[in-house]
Design a protein around this ligand. Structure first.
Ligand SMILES: Nc1ncnc2c1ncn2[C@@H]1O[C@H](COP(=O)(O)OP(=O)(O)OP(=O)(O)O)[C@@H](O)[C@H]1O
Ligand SMILES: [Mg+2]
Length: 395
């Protein structure tokens, strides 16, 4: 059942129509507490626009500590960046406009599904379903990793019913925040301050929502934080995100850092990006040799040639001959890519029919198909137990 917190009769009728007849309408915080105490099975509270942001965030903060699997959706008459940021920081899962019934319904669906997963992790001892993780990597800078990562994230989230989180593991020079024009009020640095208390809800609190089903975990603003982001922390964060989102897309620096090695370990598919030039090709060969030496399964490798139509004197065939394997996908070079970045948008969202977008959708479909063909994911026991203490703590 959904609980709707609405004082105003007109609002309660209107939102109940969207949320479903079985929705329970509650008028104030006290009634809400009584209802939730009597109904531990409730997983979703929708807060109507007549409640001020202060009141709403106080309610959410209270339940976030005592009942982390309970989701909150906030309805606002007008969507403003400041409101969304403050709401998300308090633990609200989604903020939707009062005029957008379909967004409300989609947010309800996502929140209920997320709560079910959270409840599962606290009581279910078998395998926990995990989101699919894709790592985008190249040992050479400027090949198009961030371009691929952001556009693939958009492509996998297109349609709105799957949740996607893009992770900026280019910790020193990461530019996901700039590419998507997100004000980095929260970054992975917040995890450092949580120390050993970093639990599943802590990991979930690190991400920023930039569209209804698209989220980002941003790189530190202060480069001095990087030394504290260890492989252990990276693992905890990635496993927590896998338990939260349908897809996790990891962007990387042009180097095998300890956090990236952990991402290689956890990811289901690798998009190994190269361009048609000798330095890039040389680095691709070194990367493949390193991955072999580290025992990273070849079944996960996908070689992507970016700017594939550039006249460089090197052809796709030359690349295939040099590395001894086939290219999985190509992306054409086009001015639209930097133009969109400068506007804080992705080509996939702004021009979904463009040749660059078609290439990105193809890559998204390709990796999704490969991941789906495998046995449904399960997070192994050791990794699941990272959060078992905290997940059971609330029970
Ligand atoms: N297919 C393309 N067509 C035109 N320009 C492109 C294309 N792909 C990437 N670019 C441009 O190339 C530049 C580098 O791309 P991007 O930032 O994605 O690379 P990167 O591998 O993430 O770089 P870094 O190693 O610095 O993180 C950007 O200005 C981007 O707009
Ligand atoms: Mg980059």
């Amino acid at each position: 059942m959904t609980v709707l917190l609405a004082e105003n009769r007109q609002n309660s009728e209107r939102f109940k129509m969207t949320l479903g007849e079985s929705t329970v309408v509650i008028r104030n915080g006290r009634e809400l507490r009584d209802h939730l105490e009597a109904h531990p099975e409730e997983v979703l509270v929708v807060i109507g626009p007549e409640f001020t942001l202060d009141v709403a965030t106080q309610v959410v903060e209270y339940y976030r500590a005592t009942r982390p699997s309970l989701g909150f959706i906030l309805i606002r008459s007008r969507l403003e960046v400041g409101t969304m940021t403050a709401a998300m920081q308090s633990g609200v899962r989604e903020v939707v406009s009062a005029d957008d019934a379909s967004a409300l319904l989609a947010a309800k669906k996502r929140s209920v599904s997320l709560s079910e997963r959270m409840v599962d992790t606290s009581v279910y001892q078998g395998p926990v379903t995990k989101g699919k993780m894709v790592l985008v990597f190249s040992a050479k800078g400027g090949c198009g990793k961030t371009t691929v990562a952001t556009n693939i994230a958009e492509a996998l989230g297109a349609g709105g019913d799957k949740s996607v989180c893009i992770v900026d593991f280019d910790l020193q020079f990461g530019d996901i925040a700039v590419a998507l024009q997100i004000e980095p009020t929260k970054t992975i640095s917040n995890a450092i301050r949580m120390g050993d208390n970093l639990d599943l809800s802590g990991v979930r609190s690190l991400v920023m929502q930039y569209r209804p089903n698209l989220y980002a975990l941003l790189a530190p603003v202060d480069p001095s934080d990087i030394e504290f982001i260890t492989a252990e922390l990276a693992e905890k964060v990635l496993v927590g995100l896998q338990q939260t989102f349908d897809y996790v897309i990891v962007d990387s620096p042009p180097a095998f850092t300890e956090t990236i090695l952990k991402a290689f370990d956890l990811a289901d598919e690798y998009l190994l990006v190269s361009t048609l030039d000798m330095p890039s090709l040389k680095n691709l060969k070194v990367t493949l040799g390193t991955l072999d030496a580290l025992g990273m399964p070849r079944a996960k490798w996908n070689i992507v040639v970016n700017r594939s139509n550039a006249k460089t004197g090197l052809s796709i065939q030359d690349v295939q001959d040099a590395i001894g394997m086939n290219i999985s996908a190509t992306i054409p070079a086009h001015q639209i890519v930097p133009t969109m970045i400068n506007q804080g948008r992705t080509v996939v969202s702004a021009k979904p029919r463009h040749a660059v977008s078609k290439a990105m959708f193809n890559i998204a479909r390709m990796v999704d198909k490969k991941m789906s063909a495998r046995r449904p994911g399960a997070i192994d026991a050791d990794r699941r137990s990272m959060f078992s203490r905290s997940a059971r703590g609330g029970k």
